[in-house]
Structure formats: C-alpha cells, structure tokens
Design a protein around this ligand. Sequence first.
Ligand code: ZN
Length: 428
Amino acid sequence: MSINRALSSIVVLILFTVFVPAANAAGATAIVGGTVVDLEGKAPIENAVILVEGERIAAIGKSGSVEIPDGAEQIDAGGAWLIPGLMNMHVHLGLVLPGKMKAELHNESEAALALRMAMNARDSLQAGVTTIRLTGDLHHADLALMRAINKGQAHGPRIFSAGQPLTIVAGHGSKKEGRKKFSGPDELVKGARTQISAGAKWIKIAISGGIATDGGGLAEALMMPEEIQAVIDAAHRFGVKVTAHSGSPVATSIAVDYGLDCVEHGYFLDRPTLKKMKEHGTWLVPTIVVSQPASAPFFERIGSPPWYLKRRESAGKAHWKALEMAIEEGVNIALGTDQMPAEPNDGTTATAREAQYYVEAGMTPLEALRSATIETARMLEAENEIGTLEPGKYADIVAVDGDPTQDIKALRNILLVMKGGKVYRNKL
Ligand SMILES: [Zn+2]
C-alpha cells in the first residue's frame, strides 16, 4: 500500500470515528438499571434492561432476564425513568408569527426556510420529541426534510406531514406570504390531491378563523359545508386523514358529521360538539399552551403586536374551558403545541408544559403521558411501530429523572433521547 493510500485510509477512519453515530461490533445497545414506565398503569419494571438491536427494541425485562450480547454498548440509566419518545402533533417547523419575527423573516428564501426547519427539527429531537406531525408548512420543505431525516441526511423526529395547509380565500392564514388560496369544493379537492401526490399523509383545512391571522372570527364557521365534505371525501379515498383548524363549534360539528378525523385548538368548542366528537372518535389536539399565561413571555420575545395579543387573550378562558370539558367527556386527545416542541416555556419546553396543562385541566399524569405517546401513535395509526416500549417497536426512548405517572413535571427534564436506536442526547 502506498503511503498516500495508507494516509487516506487513516483519514477515512478518523472521519468515521468522528461523524458516524456510535455503533459497536454487535450493533446492540443495552440501557440498564432504569425503571421502565408501564403505559397501561401496571407496575413499572425496576432495574430493567432494554436491549436495542439496530433501530428496534429486541427485548425488555428485569435485569438478569435479558441476555446482553458480548460487545453490546451499555448505557447506565440507574435512577432514571424510561418512557417512549414524546410526540407532538401540532408543529410548524417553519413557523412565522406576526410582529418582529415576521419582519425579520420577510422574503425568506425557500433554501433558508428549509435550513431553519432542519435546525428546529434537531432542537425538537433534543427536547425528547421523536415524532411530530406537521400541520402546515410551505414549499414542501417539510416533505423534503422528512425524506432527508429518513435517509439520515438530517437529524430530527419522525415526520408525519400535512404538506401545505388548504386555506380559503379571505380565511385563516390567507394573508400569509407564500400561501395558496382555494375557493369552492373543486379547488379544495384539487388542493388536497396535490398535497397527497406530493407525499402528505394528512390534509389540513382551516374551517374557522385563527389567533395569528385576521382572517375571520375564531368561532365563526367560514368554510362551507360542501367544501368541508368535498375535502374529507377526496382525502379519505386515498386513505389520508383530515384535520381541521377550528375554534368554532358550528363548523366542527358539521365537519365531524362528514367524518373529520381531528380538530386543532378547539378554542370555543361547547359540550354538545365535544360529545359528538367523543361519539365519532374524533381527535382533539388542544395546543392549550398558545392561549395560556405561561406563554406570555414567548409572545413578548417574538414582538407580537397588540391586536394579536388581544385575540390570544380573548380565546384563553374559553379554550381552557373547552379543554376541561373535552377531558371530562373522554374525547380522544393527542398532545400538540403549535409552538416549536423545544420552545422555552415556563422553565421547560412547550411540549412538557402542554402535558402539564393537561393535568391541570383534569387528566391524570398517566393520561397526559399517554396523550404524548401511545394515544398519539393510535391517532397516526402507527401504534404497531411507536408509542410504547415493546420488543419489535422502534427504539424511540426517553429518560427522565422522576416517575411521570406520579408527577407529569418529570417531563421537564429530559436526560436521554434515543431515536431508532441512535442516541441524540445523553445527560445520564
Ligand atoms: Zn398551527
């Protein structure tokens, strides 16, 4: 071997040592000594071994009951509690809100947007969020990022995306830069099919006004029943689900009758509508964190204008009441924030604070944890792959420093993040 070739082999070796995520001869990792939380409310497994082989969990059991292969890397999780990776079902990785933030991002190029979204995806993963659903981003940067993450070209959570949101002319979001607008069933059907063809697994429609734009009242039913029905029908024929931004009981009630799968926010939902959602198994993604006091510093930080703060405040009390009623009625709830999953909030992240709000509104800590894991996986119809720690599922594992089924505040401090068998954060 020439000196040059020998040198280049060494260089290659060094590059691999530095850049390739830790692997070992056996390709196995054992997380040992932690307590594995049971999401069915049964006793946890103390002093557990979680054996990970490749991307998936190979075995879980008490120490001594799981054979750890020679050469397996070991992670000591003594004193920590192990839960499935968290899931956040209302995320815009390219979020732009009115005020200073919007001014700064004016004329952002598509390339710059994609890079900003990639950074937000990395931060989300660091916050323990291993799966996200994107409820509307632009230029299909979301789908490009999803594919890049799947190929290992970028680091981030598993992405389920709604592609570009279907906004009606004059409706919520219609004045945002770069948004396509639609009117009438035909245009909406075409819009839905365009998203599906690009790779969207959900369709997002806005059937009432919203907080962040001046496109109609929060509780007003802006989309026509025949428009709602047409979109839902078009999407369902492709096996794609539909979620609706809605603050309106009237619009929600109509959409639920037409088979809507999920409601975002639900600011002004009333008890009859929530009962109907319960009957139909419609999901609610509350994003309660956006309208509650803990997020006030966030809106100050991004320089929100007075009209926006006023709209937020006007929704806060009704939004809280709707969440309390939804919990009382047993509506399916999946956690979502409408803020970046890792957004600093009340000394933790928006994701952890959202879960804490659910407990404050009436859930048990276990229910709140489920709304961020197995319930969410169920909504995504991915419960055979993610959502619990079980052999055969993806090794999406988070360690926290307390028992979240006793006190949900344990989610405030994320010690370990593993996604698909790779460690992205380790503070154990
Ligand atoms: Zn949103």
